[in-house]
Each structure stands twice: as C-alpha cells, then as structure tokens.
Design a protein around this ligand. Sequence first.
Ligand code: MG
Length: 163
Amino acid sequence: MSVGVRVGIGWDLHRLAPGRRFPLGGVEVPHSKGPEGHSDGDPLLHAVADAVLGAAGLGDIGDRFPPTDPKWKGADSRALLKECLAAARALGWAPAQADCVVVLEQPKLGPHKDAIRKSVATALGLPGSAVNFKAKTAEGLGPVGAGDAVEAHAVVVLEPVRP
Ligand code: MG
C-alpha cells in the first residue's frame, strides 16, 4: 500500500487523586486533584504518544514504557512522547497534524485551552496551527462525570520525513 500519510488514534484515562499535580498536554492545570500514574500521569500526552505509535505501526506506550520500569517513575510525559517521535522518525515518519479531546468535569479548561494546544504542538515539533484541542465534560455521567477520572483522545497524522 502506498500512502502519503499515516493516521493513528490514542486514548487514555487516569484516575484523579488528591494532592497530585495535574499536567495536561504538558501544561500544569491548577486543581485540588491530579492524575495518578507511574509517570507524571499526563493523559493527553499519553494519548498523543499512542496516536504517534499507532500511525507508525509501533504498538503502544504500555509496551514501550512498562509501569514496572523505574526509569519512567514520575517522568515528564514529554520525554515519553519524544521517544515515540524518535521511533517514528527512525521509520521515516514525522508529525503533520493532531486533533485532541480531553473529557474532564472540573476544573473548566477554557482558560487553559490555548496554552494546552500550543504545548502539544511544541511537544510534537509542530506550529500551533497544526494542532487542535477540544475540552468536553461527561455531563455528570460515570467516573469522569463524578470528577474521579480524566479521559483523553488524540488523532495524529504522520507524513514522510522531509529530506
Ligand atoms: Mg496514561
């Protein structure tokens, strides 16, 4: 199959716990709770990293960064994404575009949307105009709606590395 671009999808969900930092796409969101995780728990960067791996046909971040590996304890998820980008680049693929959704009840992300979009773009090595970010709520339904979890979705398009 000869294709000009590749598309990958990523999804993540993290339980929210009191007293944890709340990184979203690399932006620290002020809140009384934050995502639990072996790394910094940034669900959006995990979804983006999985989308990169998916587009490159490279599996998922669970394989690449096992929670049993002390190397990634408390790690900045931008470092995880960087490794995934390097693996995709080694196969000749570079990011072209991304679209992201975070589902979160509290806090409201309106004031942070632009910073998150720009931060994800920077992490992908893209101009801000190549990344879109959407914030949704779960309308009070399920664990996300109860404020006990945060969910993230991402689609990433990869294109051949420019010579
Ligand atoms: Mg995760």
